[in-house]
Design a protein around this ligand. Structure first.
Ligand code: ZN
Length: 160
C-alpha cells in the first residue's frame, strides 16, 4: 500500500503467485490410468486433496490433483504438480522431503528455488503455523502415492 508505488514487495509477489495458482490451477482434474491416487483431508481447515500419479517405470509420467479447500491448499497442489512431471520417484520424494523441511524452518526456502519453482512462494505461510498443513497436504498425498499407497486418509494434527 504505502511506499514508492513502483516496488512490489516479495510478500505481494508471493500473494499474487498463490492467487494465480488458486484461480487458474495447473494439472487439476482426474488422471485417467493413474497408478496411485491418495486422498488426504485436513480437518483443521477442511481442505481435501487427491493427488494421482501415473508412472512409467520409475518416472512420473503425469501427476494431477483434484479437491477443494482454502487458497493455500489448492495453490500448493497446483505448484507441486507443475514441478513433478518427468521426475524420478526418488528425486520427487527427496524434493517433497525438502519442501516439508523448509516449511518446518529447517531449510531456507531460498536454497530450494530451482527445485520447487513457484512453491517457494509458500514461505510466508510459515508465519501462520496452523496453515502449514494446508500447504503440505498435497505434498503428503503425493509422497504416499509414490510410496505405492492408494486410498483415503485423514491428516491429523500430529503428522506434518
Ligand atoms: Zn487450508
Amino acid at each position: 500500500m504505502a511506499g514508492t508505488g513502483e516496488q512490489v514487495s516479495f510478500e505481494e509477489l508471493y500473494r499474487e503467485l498463490i492467487l494465480d495458482h488458486y484461480k487458474a490451477p495447473r494439472n487439476r482434474g482426474a488422471l485417467a490410468g493413474a497408478d496411485y491416487a491418495v486422498e488426504l483431508f485436513n480437518p483443521l481447515c477442511g481442505d481435501q486433496i487427491t493427488v494421482a500419479v501415473k508412472l512409467e517405470g520409475d518416472t512420473i509420467a503425469d501427476c494431477r490433483f483434484d479437491g477443494h479447500g482454502c487458497a493455500i491448499s489448492q495453490a500448493s497442489a497446483s505448484m507441486m504438480t507443475e514441478r513433478m512431471k518427468g521426475r524420478g520417484r526418488a528425486e520427487a520424494l527427496a524434493a517433497i522431503g525438502r519442501f516439508k523441511a523448509a516449511m518446518r524452518g529447517e531449510v531456507p526456502f531460498g536454497e530450494l528455488a530451482g527445485e520447487l519453482g513457484d512453491a517457494v512462494a509458500l514461505e510466508g505461510v510459515r508465519k501462520f503455523p496452523v496453515r502449514i498443513k494446508c500447504a503440505t497436504l498435497a505434498w503428503n498425498s503425493l509422497e504416499q502415492a509414490l510410496q505405492g499407497r492408494s486410498g483415503k486418509a485423514e491428516v491429523t494434527g500430529e503428522e506434518s
